[in-house]
Design a protein around this ligand. Structure first.
Ligand code: AMP
Ligand code: MG
Length: 485
């Protein structure tokens, strides 16, 4: 096999009933557009071999190696609050699992590899713009230290695919993940009342993500707590970056705690908790400020699915699961305070200061990312840059700054810490749009490549790259994002 390692197939072997064996589409002209060489190396894959015709055939789903047992995963899920008992990979394949040199197991997954039995009305395709978007934003998240699926490669298929605004180049994203188990995977068996299969799934998930719980009599309850803690910490990190996932359905909520499915996601420029970019999120269900409540709601759906495994007495199971959800609420609050403490360079969380900072921003149109990069100067007494970010800087800002300075015992140390967690470069919406349209409409990858380089090193300012650090002009049109990757 060209990529030097064989696939393992634990999902295919252990989880009958949770997938359909399936193959990728034969493409007219599969071609490699991007390969993530550092990730290939981390995985112990031969990046050269991945670029050979056999490698490209695999990465595009055109022809898979013999050791793969490709399949489309089944799952259920609450989408915008409404339950679908059967969703599943409509245009994706799990190729198999790769064991990296450290012994960690990673899924290799293709998105856009053709229709599957779960496609419903969909065409099974993905198009270039959204594939590049997921590549770019997942790489940015990884560089920002946020748990996420990773992009290994982007391929073109040689097909044109009809979408809302006309024909677009067809593409396939090859991505890796600690697993593709989701809250919706558990909901699939739970909705069918298949308790034995649910138990098998729990055992599988525990072995893969929480092996220390193997065999514990209260494994289901503790597993719920682990997933809750991972998701709570994940969303706290999103909040610290102004990241809006945009489609936090339970089928897009992982068991591993990784960010998954970068469809309509975007980073908020000007602080406003009600910010929504997705064209389909009319009610603002997945707005920036709602994400913490939604993650708990999604956890409650996982709890419901696990109830029969938590306790045979339903009332007792509900009481125990509810406690875990309450604990997760507290874990989230602590994680959120820690995230913002780090961003402020504090030695210890300071609730008054952090809550006060959020109040300070309200209605001021403050660019979220720039605020934190302006703090070091403000600590050193040069407050103009910070004040300029506010529509009406005034006494409340002055008072908050005084409180902030008083909380910092060693400004140099604080500044050094802050520069490691407050990015200069995030994938700002206007830059993302510019890079994706150049690639899709003109076949020009240069703006994409330049932006990717910046967001892959988000904490290192580069001379001449000031434009990448700046917010969109205030008169720029409001960006709207769409689901279909
Ligand atoms: P997402 O919002 O990307 O998480 O997708 C939700 C569900 O719709 C998943 O089951 C996808 O596999 C499916 N889906 C989305 N787009 C397509 C498409 N073009 N063809 C087939 N299935 C799709
Ligand atoms: Mg999804």
């Amino acid at each position: 096999m060209p990529i030097s390692r064989r696939f393992e197939n634990s999902y295919a072997e252990d989880l009958q009933g949770l997938y359909v064996p399936w193959q990728g589409q034969d493409w007219p002209d599969p071609g490699l557009l991007l390969i993530n060489t550092p990730l290939a190396q981390e995985l112990g894959l031969d990046a050269q071999a991945l670029q050979s015709p056999e490698g490209v055939a695999m990465l595009s789903g055109h022809a898979l190696p013999d050791s793969a047992r490709p399949l489309a995963q089944a799952y259920a899920g609450h989408q915008f609050g409404g339950f679908s008992p059967q969703l599943g990979d409509g245009r994706a394949l799990l190729v198999g699992e790769i064991i990296d040199p450290q012994g960690h197991r990673w899924d290799l997954h293709l998105k856009g590899s053709g229709r599957t039995p779960f496609a419903r009305g969909g065409d099974g395709r993905a198009v270039l713009g959204p594939v590049l978007r997921e590549y770019l934003i997942s790489e940015a998240m990884s560089a920002l230290g946020v748990p996420t699926t990773r992009a290994l490669a982007a391929c073109t298929t040689g097909e044109k695919v009809l979408r809302q605004f006309g024909p677009e180049p067809g593409a396939v994203l090859a991505r890796t993940a600690a697993s593709h188990l989701r809250v919706g995977t558990f909901q699939f068996f739970a909705a069918r009342g298949e308790k034995d299969k649910l138990r098998l799934l729990l055992d599988y998930a525990v072995a893969r993500h929480d092996p220390d719980l193997t065999g514990a009599s209260d494994a289901a309850l503790r597993f719920l707590g682990r997933v809750g803690a991972r998701q709570a910490r994940l969303v706290a990190q999103w909040m610290g970056l102004g990241f809006i996932h945009g489609v936090m359905n339970t089928d897009n909520t992982t068991i591993s705690g990784e960010t998954i499915d970068y469809g309509p996601c975007a980073f908020m420029d000007r602080y406003d908790p009600a910010t929504v970019f997705s064209s389909i999120d009319q009610m603002g269900r997945y707005a920036y400020g709602n994400q913490p409540a939604i993650v708990l709601w999604n956890l409650a759906r996982l709890a419901e699915a696990l109830l029969p495994l938590i306790d045979t007495d339903e009332e007792r199971a509900i009481a125990r699961a509810s406690e875990v959800i309450e604990d997760t609420r507290a874990i989230y609050r602590r994680a959120w305070l820690e995230v913002f403490s780090r961003k402020l360079g504090l030695d210890a969380p300071d609730e008054t200061l952090i809550d006060g900072m959020h109040e300070l921003w309200t209605g001021q149109g403050v660019d979220f990312t720039s605020f934190f990069r302006a703090l070091p100067d403000a600590l050193n007494g040069r407050t103009e840059g910070l004040a300029d970010l506010f529509e009406t800087p005034g006494d409340t800002l002055t008072a908050w700054l005084a409180q902030y300075r008083a909380a910092i015992s060693d400004p140099d140390r604080a500044i050094a810490r802050m520069s490691e967690c407050n990015p200069v470069y995030i994938p700002r919406n206007h830059l993302v749009e510019e890079a994706l349209s150049a690639a899709s409409e003109k076949g020009d990858m240069a703006p994409f490549t330049a932006l990717l380089a910046r967001v892959q090193a988000p904490f290192s300012p580069v001379d001449g790259a000031e434009r990448y650090a700046q917010p969109a002009p205030t008169d720029a049109p409001q960006i709207v994002t769409f689901c279909g990757t």
